[in-house]
Design a protein around this ligand. Structure first.
Ligand code: 0WD
Ligand code: CA
Length: 382
């Protein structure tokens, strides 16, 4: 069992003036046994094509096709094509939960609680993107970037959708050419490592189009909270040790080459926590990293088994702990259930967090923060 959410939620009532409760984020408060986390089960899949159009199938799924040796020969050139073979998704278009809700609406007959026609239309406590949960998991250890999460309760299910912070927006709009090329290199790495068919070989000469995505929808449980979330995955390895989804999926990452034990330790502390949280949540079993040289070439690959990452950090005192991440997430979800109790898709509670502070929230009725689309509310009310 997990430790109780701290009984002393901050913001206690003072002299009759009620202050909304807050949730503390210090790691020490969540240091306890690992909570119950059910093995994630794949509930469905969907794809977004080169035009960012939704399809309820796996047409964009690609297949893991690594080079035979740990050192690709010749080295991958991740810069190739940045100027002329790059079609970028319009990141100014905020999509919110749109594609995930399309999948939910398309599968509503299956998602209703079994034998419960009068019950909630989606048999889950929470519906969200995996990426939002990753941010929650890493919160106790994050010191750079805050977040904003909008939450609505609709027919018994809490929907969680990220709102871009002003700082994140500014960063996105002023991203240097160097950072944009770095982002491209991450996608280019996928082209060198994946094939379009299970027995094919990679063709890294083509266009990189970041509209394309393959997403898995998984169901799981954290403590007393049932979760349904979708995450974008890079490829599947049907020949690996775990051939069934979601364990067959492989997450691909790039990272600056590590030259010293100190650099490796810092990579474990600050980067591996994000990689672990992202892949652990949906049950992705492997992360394959390509280490970049200064000239943008990748000559070294390294595989991290998601379930073994905790062994790499265990010996480092003061490093992050998986149990703290999961216990904090459990407490955060309990906090959402406690605060958001009015079932109304037009009512939005905005949960805000900045490093060094507790999680707080504000309440918004029928304002610009409403994120459940009218078509979805109508479809799921019928
Ligand atoms: O509009 C938005 N603000 C967001 C859109 C925020 C977060 C996600 N998304 C979209 C993504 O485009 C994608 O369709 O949701 C889907 C992915 O959701 P997720 O799996 O929950 O997100 P996350 O775990 O943060 O990212 C998984 C991958 C990334 O891989 P890396 O290796 O970089 O972690 O999804 C891609 C990216 O390849 N991705 C994005 N691609 C373009 N624009 C974005 C984005 N904003 N976020 C993630
Ligand atoms: Ca990736």
């Amino acid at each position: 069992g997990a430790p109780e959410a701290p009984a002393e939620l901050g913001g206690s009532p003072k002299r009759g003036r009620w202050a909304p409760p807050t949730l503390p984020t210090e790691p020490a408060l969540y240091d306890g046994p690992f909570p119950f986390y059910r093995r994630p089960a794949e509930e469905g899949r969907f794809s977004l094509d080169a035009q960012r159009c939704y399809h309820p199938d796996a047409r964009q799924l690609r297949y893991f096709a690594p080079p035979r040796a740990e050192r690709p020969e010749p080295a991958f050139d991740l810069r190739h094509g940045y100027r002329d073979l790059y079609v970028r998704r319009d990141e100014g278009r905020r999509e919110g939960l749109e594609h995930l809700l399309q999948w939910v609406a398309g599968n509503r007959d299956r998602l209703r609680a079994q034998g419960d026609a009068a019950g909630r239309p989606v048999n889950a406590d929470f519906v969200t993107w995996r990426g939002h949960l990753t941010k929650v998991l890493t919160t106790p250890y994050e010191s750079q970037e805050g977040w904003l999460l909008a939450v609505s309760l609709f027919r018994g299910t809490l929907y969680v959708s990220e709102v871009e912070t002003p700082a994140a927006r500014q960063q996105r709009e002023q991203r240097s050419d160097m950072l944009q090329e770095l982002a491209y290199m991450g996608y280019k790495f996928e082209r060198y490592m994946c094939a379009d068919t299970p027995d094919g070989s990679p063709d890294p000469t083509g266009v990189v189009n970041t509209n394309e995505a393959f997403c898995t929808v998984v169901r799981t449980r954290l403590g007393s909270h049932s979760l349904l979330f979708a995450g974008e995955v890079d490829c599947a390895d049907p020949r690996g040790a775990w051939p069934e989804p979601p364990a067959c999926y492989v997450e691909l990452k790039t990272c600056k080459e590590l030259h010293s034990p100190a650099q490796r330790r810092s990579f474990y502390r600050y980067k591996l926590i994000k990689w672990w949280a992202q892949s652990f949540l949906p049950g992705v079993s492997r992360i394959v990293a390509g280490f970049r040289a200064p000239d943008g070439s990748v000559a070294t690959l390294e595989t991290f088994e998601t379930m073994k990452i905790f062994q790499l950090i265990r010996g480092d005192r003061g490093c992050w702990k998986p149990a703290v991440c999961m216990n904090f997430c459990e407490a955060f979800l309990a906090f959402l259930k406690k605060v958001v109790t009015e079932d109304d898709p037009q009512l939005v509670h905005l949960f805000a967090w900045e490093p060094g502070r507790p999680v707080s929230y504000t309440r918004h009725q029928g304002t610009e923060h409403v994120f459940l689309p009218a078509w979805y509310v109508e479809t799921m009310s019928g």
